[in-house]
Design a binder for this molecule. Structure first.
Ligand code: SF4
Length: 211
């Protein structure tokens, strides 16, 4: 990740933190209650934890529900029901690898260092090189999570990164109609204009334009 991308991410983090301050407090309440009930430890790192709460809040505002901060809603309502945070995979993942996928919750005995290592694993999965060139981001072809059969990183996370790299227009190629529809909701939520067309190879090309 280059310096300009890091700067743009930090800028976005602090402006979202200010904008969602009240919502972040609300997220904190149910997260603590759930962790206490299950005997989990919450991620102890302020910035990482706050970022997850920002993403959960954005998901709630864009899609109307509290979806997992790491996976956008899919085309399957059945799977989407399982993605609501705390998701139906949390216990399996905490048991199998110590933390949930997004490293929000971990086993009660995990140390700060254990959380750090889990965060590094997640960052490595999400900070992949983007397939981005001349203002076009092709989000397809990412590896799939084995429990959810959803891409890592999903197209929304890729788009959020790529938006920081363009001045005005970003064209995004996605695999499914559900992903195009999610981008439409993101566009409305972030005050971007949205256009989409079938790509000819089974995918969809979405153009997002900044005001
Ligand atoms: S993986 Fe963690 S953060 Fe994501 S929905 Fe499940 S419990 Fe929530």
């Amino acid at each position: 990740m280059g310096l300009s991308e890091t700067f743009s991410m930090m800028k976005e983090f602090f402006s979202s933190y200010i904008a969602y301050y009240a919502e972040i407090k609300k997220q904190d309440k149910w997260i603590r209650q759930f962790a206490e009930k299950k005997g989990f430890r919450i991620n102890p790192h302020w910035m990482f934890y706050t970022n997850l709460k920002i993403w959960i809040t954005e998901s709630q505002q864009a899609f109307g529900k509290r979806y997992c901060p790491c996976f956008e809603p899919s085309g399957s309502e059945k799977l989407n029901g399982k993605l609501l945070c705390p998701c139906q995979f949390v216990e399996t993942e905490v048991e199998e690898r110590g933390t949930c996928h997004c490293v929000l919750f971990g086993r009660g005995d995990l140390t700060e260092e254990d959380f750090k290592q889990a965060e590094n694993r997640l960052m490595k999965e999400y900070r992949v090189a983007l397939n981005f060139s001349d203002g076009v981001l092709d989000t397809r072809g990412m590896v799939k999570d084995k429990l959810r059969n959803l891409p890592i990183p999903d197209s929304l996370h890729q788009v959020k990164r790529a938006l920081g790299l363009v001045d005005k227009h970003l064209t995004v190629v996605v695999e499914s109609e559900a992903e195009a529809s999610n981008l439409k909701k993101l566009a409305s939520f972030r005050n971007l204009s949205y256009q989409h067309q079938e790509n000819g190879d089974g995918g969809f090309a979405v153009t997002l334009t900044k005001p």
